[in-house]
Design a protein around this ligand. Sequence first.
Ligand SMILES: Nc1ncnc2c1ncn2[C@@H]1O[C@H](COP(=O)(O)OP(=O)(O)OP(=O)(O)O)[C@@H](O)[C@H]1O
Length: 379
Amino acid sequence: MSAQHDPLVSRFPAGGVSAVQSPCPYPAGEALALEHISHDFDTVTAAEDINLNVEPEELVCLLGPSGCGKTTLLRFAAGLERPQHGRVRIGEQLMSDSQSSTWTPPEQRQVGLVFQDAVLFPHLSVLENVCFGLPKLSAKEREQRARALLAQLGLAPFAESFPHVLSGGQQQRVALARALAPSPRIMLLDEPFSGLDARLRDRIRDDTLHLLKRNGTATLLVTHDPEEALFMADRIAVMRNGRIIQQGRPTEIYCHPIDPFVVRFFGDVNELQGVVANGRVETPVGPVEAQHLPEGSQAQVLIRPEALRVEQRSGPRDHTGSHVLMSRLLGGASFIHLCVHQGNDEFHMHAHIPGVYLPERDDPIDVHLDASQAFVFPL
Ligand SMILES: Nc1ncnc2c1ncn2[C@@H]1O[C@H](COP(=O)(O)OP(=O)(O)OP(=O)(O)O)[C@@H](O)[C@H]1O
């Protein structure tokens, strides 16, 4: 989908940066390709046969826990580190190739880089910081482009200010504008929002998404935050221990996770076990399809809290059936601790219900399962 047709960007007025530089000035084809990248640091495998590409205008998130190798991949793309095996291409150009010893230094790669902490030149104004990477334009064009970008990020009033008078969030936006000013072939963002408090982070994340989409900038974003990946990404690559274990559109990753790690990484999950019988596994909240597993095999069932719908039932509050243990309001949703029964066994499960729904402790309930958010894997 082009940036112009993306409903997310429709709230932006025409003009701005696009008046200075039209979106996506690079030819069609991949913006970035990492091909068969492998790399060890002493005994740690930071990358193992990684294949990842970013299409023009696409925003790809590398998502995974701390230490899984996300930053290392970004550094290979930027040319800050040389992979022991594999190739890096940016656009049509080969940037590094372990076999032919091809190597392009970072300053010749036309990448935009933003890290967790904005590193601005303290002796230059905001405007001068953003103009810094634009030596090929005339002074007037430089200023025009820098001001247009600052305006898009709500920073126009600070153009003449020096970095030390800006808040952390404002500094981060300046860093973003500076990286974007030279129209990089690819933007490489390494946890750029993680140093910000929650509300500011949401705002800057939103601004960044709109800015990147409006400019049609291909982007690789590193994050350990699954919500951030879902919010930002056109495509997500989930990493663990130096390997990409699943990549696809956010809905594919969330609704069709290929293993328990991917399910758990996206949040709290109810975990149960059972035996496959007649192509399904019985759970205390209903059967779950398991046609892909052998009959009689042990299976684990992972059920997201939002898969459970809770209905209050009339009857005695005597704990003979499923009942409420505790209810909490989380804001836009309610979180309910449940005690559910299967035969003589009791299970503690969590339900996540949209809106304000707070049944009382000990209320008898029926629990219904949306099986599309329940996943069965071999044990
Ligand atoms: N220069 C280095 N020398 C030795 N080990 C390194 C080096 N750089 C990274 N590593 C190791 O490689 C692994 C991957 O590190 P990397 O920084 O890429 O992970 P990450 O997923 O980005 O983690 P985080 O989210 O914490 O930044 C880690 O075990 C790390 O300790």
